[in-house]
Design a protein around this ligand. Sequence first.
Ligand SMILES: [Fe+2]
Length: 257
Amino acid sequence: MLSSGSNSTSEGSSVMGFPDVIAAIAEDHRPSERAFFQRLRSLPASVASDPHMLGELYLIYQAAMHATRAAVYYLPHLDSPAMRKRKLQIFIDDDGLPGGDTHHYQLTRAFKNIGALCPIGDEDFGDADELVDHLDPATAKFVQLAKTLYARSLGPWCIVETMSDDWMRALADSLSVHFPSVPTEPYFADCFSQGVEERHAEEAIAVTQSVLERRPELLAQTIEDAKTMAAALDDVWVVMDQIVQATIAKHESALTR
Ligand SMILES: [Fe+2]
């Protein structure tokens, strides 16, 4: 633990080394190396186009994304006018797209356009405590943790933004094997062409580092919360992999009947 006024943790992490710590956590939990993305990519076409599977994958992924997008509004330590301006730009990238569009709506359209039967409507993604009723335990845990931890420290925000470009590219790559139009969906195309997630990652870390320079006593909690969030996200990819495996089994048993 930190002693008051210190700028390094007992594990040797320092405020100056914070970006390296986040990079190391991201490397340990790199989403694109999770089994889900490879299994989705390798599916037979008949399984990949299963509207129920696509809908279930949509629900889990959108729920996790929704939880982080909603939680960003409660980030602590960023109340000065200059910090509010920087936060606002992040909000705008998610919820202030041209024509009243949002990242949420873009993602829904991307899945509907490949045939997903989405189990719940856009506006059913509300408070975490209600959303969890639609979710498996691991995704529910991620959703609840996002709500709690984003409001406690800036670490969860930093790690999620740092990893998001990797998982968005992995998801686009896996889906595009079966649905070649996926990379042109605005959810992916706008993000990749404008480097939105790389910018968010740099901004989150820069903002957090400036907070930590003033408040080094926050460093240990910030790092701990980043690790907790990254581990919870690992479990979301496991759930998505289980959905794919269950769909493979369902189609195989239908063939042998
Ligand atoms: Fe982002």
